[in-house]
Design a protein around this ligand. Structure first.
Ligand SMILES: Nc1ncnc2c1ncn2[C@@H]1O[C@H](COP(=O)(O)OP(=O)(O)OP(=O)(O)O)[C@@H](O)[C@H]1O
Ligand SMILES: [Mg+2]
Length: 266
Protein backbone atom coordinates (compact mmCIF):
# COMPACT_ATOMS: atom_id res chain seq x y z
CA UNK A 1 0.00 0.00 0.00
CA UNK A 2 1.10 3.58 -0.50
CA UNK A 3 1.66 6.17 2.19
CA UNK A 4 0.19 9.63 1.70
CA UNK A 5 2.56 11.78 -0.27
CA UNK A 6 3.29 14.38 2.43
CA UNK A 7 5.11 11.81 4.54
CA UNK A 8 7.37 10.45 1.86
CA UNK A 9 10.78 11.68 0.92
CA UNK A 10 11.41 13.63 4.10
CA UNK A 11 15.02 12.57 4.03
CA UNK A 12 15.26 13.40 0.34
CA UNK A 13 17.35 16.22 -1.02
CA UNK A 14 14.28 17.55 -2.77
CA UNK A 15 12.63 18.68 0.43
CA UNK A 16 12.20 22.41 0.93
CA UNK A 17 13.85 23.96 3.99
CA UNK A 18 11.04 26.44 4.55
CA UNK A 19 8.01 24.17 4.72
CA UNK A 20 8.41 22.42 8.02
CA UNK A 21 8.13 23.54 11.61
CA UNK A 22 9.49 20.37 13.22
CA UNK A 23 13.17 20.85 12.65
CA UNK A 24 13.20 19.68 9.05
CA UNK A 25 14.60 22.94 7.79
CA UNK A 26 17.80 22.16 9.70
CA UNK A 27 17.71 18.61 8.39
CA UNK A 28 17.13 19.66 4.80
CA UNK A 29 20.20 21.86 5.00
CA UNK A 30 22.40 19.08 6.42
CA UNK A 31 24.94 17.39 4.24
CA UNK A 32 23.89 14.09 2.61
CA UNK A 33 26.07 11.12 3.57
CA UNK A 34 24.34 8.14 1.99
CA UNK A 35 21.44 7.68 -0.37
CA UNK A 36 19.38 4.87 -1.84
CA UNK A 37 17.34 5.20 -5.00
CA UNK A 38 14.86 2.45 -5.86
CA UNK A 39 16.96 -0.06 -3.95
CA UNK A 40 15.95 -3.70 -4.09
CA UNK A 41 17.42 -6.74 -2.33
CA UNK A 42 16.28 -10.26 -3.06
CA UNK A 43 17.25 -13.49 -1.27
CA UNK A 44 16.19 -16.27 -3.64
CA UNK A 45 12.44 -15.91 -3.96
CA UNK A 46 12.20 -13.50 -0.99
CA UNK A 47 11.99 -9.84 -1.85
CA UNK A 48 13.61 -8.41 1.29
CA UNK A 49 13.65 -4.77 0.14
CA UNK A 50 11.82 -3.13 -2.73
CA UNK A 51 11.92 0.38 -4.16
CA UNK A 52 13.60 1.99 -1.16
CA UNK A 53 14.46 5.68 -1.55
CA UNK A 54 16.12 7.59 1.24
CA UNK A 55 18.84 10.11 1.88
CA UNK A 56 20.66 9.98 5.18
CA UNK A 57 22.06 13.33 6.30
CA UNK A 58 24.75 14.24 8.79
CA UNK A 59 23.56 14.34 12.40
CA UNK A 60 20.34 12.41 11.83
CA UNK A 61 19.27 9.60 14.11
CA UNK A 62 17.04 7.45 11.95
CA UNK A 63 15.19 4.63 13.72
CA UNK A 64 13.73 1.81 11.62
CA UNK A 65 10.67 -0.01 12.93
CA UNK A 66 8.39 -2.72 11.59
CA UNK A 67 7.40 -6.35 12.15
CA UNK A 68 9.75 -9.32 12.13
CA UNK A 69 11.03 -9.99 8.63
CA UNK A 70 10.00 -6.59 7.23
CA UNK A 71 13.58 -5.80 6.15
CA UNK A 72 15.15 -3.69 8.92
CA UNK A 73 18.39 -5.67 9.21
CA UNK A 74 18.62 -5.96 5.44
CA UNK A 75 18.27 -2.20 5.07
CA UNK A 76 20.98 -1.60 7.69
CA UNK A 77 23.31 -4.02 5.91
CA UNK A 78 22.58 -2.45 2.54
CA UNK A 79 23.22 1.07 3.84
CA UNK A 80 26.46 -0.09 5.46
CA UNK A 81 27.58 -1.73 2.21
CA UNK A 82 27.62 -5.29 3.58
CA UNK A 83 25.02 -6.19 0.94
CA UNK A 84 24.64 -5.09 -2.65
CA UNK A 85 21.37 -3.91 -4.17
CA UNK A 86 20.03 -6.19 -6.93
CA UNK A 87 18.38 -3.17 -8.48
CA UNK A 88 18.47 0.53 -7.84
CA UNK A 89 21.41 2.51 -6.56
CA UNK A 90 23.35 3.14 -3.33
CA UNK A 91 25.42 6.32 -3.30
CA UNK A 92 28.05 7.26 -0.76
CA UNK A 93 28.59 11.01 -0.70
CA UNK A 94 32.09 12.35 0.01
CA UNK A 95 32.33 14.46 3.14
CA UNK A 96 32.48 18.16 2.55
CA UNK A 97 35.86 19.47 3.60
CA UNK A 98 37.98 16.29 3.54
CA UNK A 99 36.36 14.82 0.43
CA UNK A 100 36.78 11.30 1.84
CA UNK A 101 33.95 8.78 2.06
CA UNK A 102 32.20 8.64 5.44
CA UNK A 103 33.50 5.88 7.73
CA UNK A 104 30.85 3.42 8.88
CA UNK A 105 30.60 0.89 11.70
CA UNK A 106 27.86 -1.52 12.73
CA UNK A 107 26.76 -2.96 16.05
CA UNK A 108 25.05 -6.30 15.46
CA UNK A 109 22.23 -7.60 17.59
CA UNK A 110 24.41 -10.31 19.13
CA UNK A 111 27.94 -9.00 18.94
CA UNK A 112 30.86 -11.40 18.95
CA UNK A 113 33.45 -10.74 21.65
CA UNK A 114 36.73 -12.57 22.15
CA UNK A 115 37.78 -14.26 25.41
CA UNK A 116 40.18 -11.43 26.09
CA UNK A 117 40.11 -8.27 28.18
CA UNK A 118 37.68 -5.51 27.22
CA UNK A 119 40.65 -3.34 26.27
CA UNK A 120 42.22 -6.05 24.11
CA UNK A 121 38.96 -6.62 22.21
CA UNK A 122 38.97 -2.97 21.17
CA UNK A 123 42.70 -2.91 20.47
CA UNK A 124 42.38 -5.86 18.08
CA UNK A 125 39.53 -4.21 16.19
CA UNK A 126 41.74 -1.16 15.65
CA UNK A 127 44.65 -3.36 14.57
CA UNK A 128 42.39 -5.09 12.05
CA UNK A 129 41.23 -1.71 10.78
CA UNK A 130 44.93 -0.75 10.29
CA UNK A 131 44.74 2.13 12.74
CA UNK A 132 48.34 3.21 13.42
CA UNK A 133 49.80 1.61 16.58
CA UNK A 134 50.56 4.98 18.17
CA UNK A 135 46.86 5.92 18.11
CA UNK A 136 45.34 2.70 19.39
CA UNK A 137 45.69 3.08 23.17
CA UNK A 138 44.17 6.57 23.25
CA UNK A 139 41.29 5.51 21.03
CA UNK A 140 40.58 2.47 23.20
CA UNK A 141 40.52 4.57 26.37
CA UNK A 142 38.33 7.21 24.77
CA UNK A 143 35.81 4.66 23.49
CA UNK A 144 35.63 2.85 26.85
CA UNK A 145 35.10 6.19 28.56
CA UNK A 146 32.25 7.10 26.24
CA UNK A 147 30.28 3.98 27.15
CA UNK A 148 31.19 4.12 30.85
CA UNK A 149 33.43 1.04 30.89
CA UNK A 150 36.83 2.43 31.84
CA UNK A 151 36.70 0.58 35.16
CA UNK A 152 36.13 -2.73 33.36
CA UNK A 153 38.98 -2.31 30.85
CA UNK A 154 40.99 -5.23 32.23
CA UNK A 155 38.09 -7.61 32.77
CA UNK A 156 37.49 -10.51 30.44
CA UNK A 157 34.89 -9.35 27.91
CA UNK A 158 32.97 -12.61 28.16
CA UNK A 159 32.61 -12.23 31.93
CA UNK A 160 30.86 -8.86 31.63
CA UNK A 161 27.09 -8.58 32.06
CA UNK A 162 24.86 -8.56 28.97
CA UNK A 163 24.44 -4.79 29.09
CA UNK A 164 28.17 -4.28 29.62
CA UNK A 165 28.97 -6.59 26.70
CA UNK A 166 26.63 -4.64 24.45
CA UNK A 167 28.25 -1.37 25.58
CA UNK A 168 31.68 -2.89 24.94
CA UNK A 169 30.61 -3.83 21.41
CA UNK A 170 29.36 -0.26 21.02
CA UNK A 171 32.76 1.00 22.21
CA UNK A 172 34.44 -1.24 19.63
CA UNK A 173 32.35 0.34 16.88
CA UNK A 174 33.03 3.83 18.27
CA UNK A 175 36.78 3.25 18.47
CA UNK A 176 36.73 3.09 14.67
CA UNK A 177 35.54 6.73 14.79
CA UNK A 178 32.69 6.22 12.35
CA UNK A 179 30.84 9.07 10.71
CA UNK A 180 27.79 6.80 10.53
CA UNK A 181 26.94 4.19 13.16
CA UNK A 182 24.48 1.38 12.40
CA UNK A 183 22.83 -0.37 15.33
CA UNK A 184 20.72 -3.49 14.86
CA UNK A 185 18.31 -3.84 17.79
CA UNK A 186 20.95 -2.75 20.29
CA UNK A 187 18.73 -3.25 23.34
CA UNK A 188 16.98 -6.47 22.31
CA UNK A 189 17.44 -9.38 24.72
CA UNK A 190 18.64 -7.04 27.48
CA UNK A 191 16.77 -6.63 30.75
CA UNK A 192 15.32 -3.14 31.40
CA UNK A 193 18.32 -2.01 33.46
CA UNK A 194 20.88 -3.13 30.88
CA UNK A 195 18.70 -1.69 28.11
CA UNK A 196 18.78 1.68 29.88
CA UNK A 197 22.58 1.52 30.11
CA UNK A 198 22.85 0.97 26.37
CA UNK A 199 20.19 3.57 25.62
CA UNK A 200 22.09 6.16 27.66
CA UNK A 201 25.27 5.39 25.73
CA UNK A 202 23.45 5.79 22.40
CA UNK A 203 21.76 8.96 23.60
CA UNK A 204 25.14 10.47 24.43
CA UNK A 205 26.37 9.65 20.94
CA UNK A 206 23.36 11.30 19.37
CA UNK A 207 23.88 14.37 21.52
CA UNK A 208 27.46 14.53 20.26
CA UNK A 209 26.08 14.85 16.72
CA UNK A 210 26.94 11.38 15.42
CA UNK A 211 24.80 10.12 12.56
CA UNK A 212 23.01 6.96 13.70
CA UNK A 213 20.73 4.47 11.96
CA UNK A 214 19.12 1.96 14.32
CA UNK A 215 16.50 -0.76 14.15
CA UNK A 216 14.34 -1.56 17.14
CA UNK A 217 11.06 -3.08 18.26
CA UNK A 218 11.01 -0.67 21.18
CA UNK A 219 8.74 2.24 20.20
CA UNK A 220 9.65 4.14 23.37
CA UNK A 221 13.29 3.99 22.38
CA UNK A 222 12.39 5.27 18.91
CA UNK A 223 10.48 8.21 20.40
CA UNK A 224 13.29 9.06 22.80
CA UNK A 225 16.29 8.74 20.51
CA UNK A 226 15.21 9.33 16.93
CA UNK A 227 15.19 12.52 14.92
CA UNK A 228 13.41 10.52 12.17
CA UNK A 229 11.47 7.26 12.13
CA UNK A 230 11.05 4.92 9.16
CA UNK A 231 8.37 2.22 9.02
CA UNK A 232 9.02 -0.83 6.86
CA UNK A 233 6.45 -3.36 5.77
CA UNK A 234 7.23 -6.35 3.57
CA UNK A 235 10.43 -4.71 2.34
CA UNK A 236 8.90 -1.34 1.52
CA UNK A 237 9.63 1.88 3.35
CA UNK A 238 6.03 2.97 3.76
CA UNK A 239 6.59 6.00 5.92
CA UNK A 240 9.58 8.13 6.80
CA UNK A 241 9.07 11.27 8.86
CA UNK A 242 10.53 13.40 11.65
CA UNK A 243 9.78 11.68 14.96
CA UNK A 244 7.16 14.18 16.17
CA UNK A 245 5.22 13.94 12.95
CA UNK A 246 5.59 10.19 12.73
CA UNK A 247 3.89 9.61 16.06
CA UNK A 248 1.58 12.61 16.25
CA UNK A 249 0.23 13.24 12.76
CA UNK A 250 -2.32 10.76 11.49
CA UNK A 251 -0.15 8.12 9.81
CA UNK A 252 -1.37 5.74 7.09
CA UNK A 253 -3.65 2.92 8.34
CA UNK A 254 -0.90 0.27 8.10
CA UNK A 255 1.34 2.28 10.42
CA UNK A 256 -1.52 3.02 12.81
CA UNK A 257 -2.24 -0.70 13.00
CA UNK A 258 1.41 -1.46 13.73
CA UNK A 259 1.57 1.22 16.43
CA UNK A 260 -1.54 -0.35 18.01
CA UNK A 261 0.34 -3.65 18.13
CA UNK A 262 -1.51 -5.32 15.28
CA UNK A 263 0.70 -7.46 13.07
CA UNK A 264 0.52 -6.76 9.32
CA UNK A 265 0.65 -10.51 8.67
CA UNK A 266 -2.61 -12.38 8.05
N1 LIG B 1 20.72 -14.12 4.44
C1 LIG B 1 19.45 -14.33 4.11
N2 LIG B 1 19.09 -15.36 3.33
C2 LIG B 1 17.80 -15.55 2.99
N3 LIG B 1 16.79 -14.76 3.38
C3 LIG B 1 17.08 -13.71 4.16
C4 LIG B 1 18.43 -13.45 4.57
N4 LIG B 1 18.42 -12.33 5.34
C5 LIG B 1 17.14 -11.93 5.41
N5 LIG B 1 16.34 -12.77 4.71
C6 LIG B 1 14.89 -12.63 4.55
O1 LIG B 1 14.65 -11.28 4.19
C7 LIG B 1 13.50 -10.78 4.87
C8 LIG B 1 13.90 -9.56 5.70
O2 LIG B 1 14.71 -10.02 6.77
P1 LIG B 1 15.36 -9.03 7.82
O3 LIG B 1 16.30 -9.83 8.65
O4 LIG B 1 15.89 -7.85 7.12
O5 LIG B 1 14.09 -8.60 8.67
P2 LIG B 1 14.00 -7.77 10.03
O6 LIG B 1 13.02 -6.68 9.80
O7 LIG B 1 15.36 -7.39 10.46
O8 LIG B 1 13.36 -8.83 11.03
P3 LIG B 1 13.56 -9.00 12.63
O9 LIG B 1 12.68 -7.95 13.27
O10 LIG B 1 13.04 -10.38 12.89
O11 LIG B 1 15.00 -8.83 12.95
C9 LIG B 1 12.95 -11.95 5.69
O12 LIG B 1 11.95 -12.58 4.94
C10 LIG B 1 14.15 -12.86 5.85
O13 LIG B 1 13.75 -14.20 5.98
MG1 LIG C 1 16.52 -7.83 12.12
Amino acid sequence: MNAPAPFLGLLGAERSASTDATGCSRVAAAEPLLSLHGAQVRFGSTLALAGVDLTLRRGQRLVLIGSNGCGKTTLLRLLHGLLHADAGERRVHPLSGSGRAPRMAMLFQRPFLLQLSARRNLWLALWLARVPAAERAARVDDALERVGLRAQARQNACALSGGQQQRLALARALALRPDILFLDEPTASLDPGAGKEVEAAIDALGASGMTVVMSTHNLGLARRLATHVGYLEAGRLLLLAPTERFFNDAPPPAVQAFLRGESPWP
